[in-house]
Ligand binder design. Structure first.
Ligand code: ADP
Length: 169
């Protein structure tokens, strides 16, 4: 009886997550993967204190990329953007933490790398807007849509972060 209760509780505890915790979708684009930057990009989010909830290397199907960028379908660079994103594997991730959507965008830097401050990923590693290394959701609602597009529910890991009490007051 006690064992049953404990096992029910442990399943509950495993899935327990802060309902206010914000999540964002971050992707290392094919140029970032090819240039060996996966480790550095993960390191920047880890060092900030954010929690990795999901991550996978995947060669994204064109349909997924067209859907992901559907709001840009009328832009002249849309076809080139989809081709670039389909040109090799992407490292897709979900990160969690306070204000991670907006802060994640700051960590990435401005869309055009020439406008990105040094110290940001795009400011440090790239030059052309069409080869800007990484993607980050631009709003909480966008993040929810993008996470659902790229990940199945059972790929998202709900767990307590050991460092939590040293990161949040
Ligand atoms: P962000 O990725 O910073 O959210 P956007 O949503 O405006 O920026 O654009 C999506 C992606 O489209 C950019 O990251 C970049 O790879 C590409 N892109 C944006 N503007 C241009 C452009 N003028 N020429 C080529 N590619 C572009």
């Amino acid at each position: 009886m006690v064992a049953t209760l404990l096992s029910v509780f442990s399943v509950f505890a495993k899935n327990m997550t802060d309902p206010k915790a914000e999540r964002t979708f971050i992707a290392i684009k094919p140029d970032g993967v090819q240039r060996g930057l996966i480790g550095d990009i993960i390191k920047r989010f880890e060092q900030k204190g954010y929690k990795l909830v999901a991550g996978k290397l995947m060669w994204a199907p064109k349909e997924l990329l067209m859907n992901h960028y559907k709001d840009l379908a009328d832009k002249p660079f849309y076809n080139g953007l989809v081709a670039y994103m389909a040109s090799g594997p992407v490292f897709a991730m979900v990160w969690e933490g306070k204000a991670v959507v907006a802060t994640g965008r700051k960590i990435l830097g401005a869309t055009n790398p020439l406008d990105s401050a040094p110290g940001t990923i795009r400011g440090d590693y790239c030059i052309d807007v069409g080869r800007n290394i990484c993607h980050g959701s631009d709003a909480v609602e966008t993040a929810q849509r993008e996470i659902a597009l790229w990940f199945k529910d059972d790929e998202l890991n709900d767990y307590e972060f050991a460092d939590k009490k040293w990161i949040y007051e």
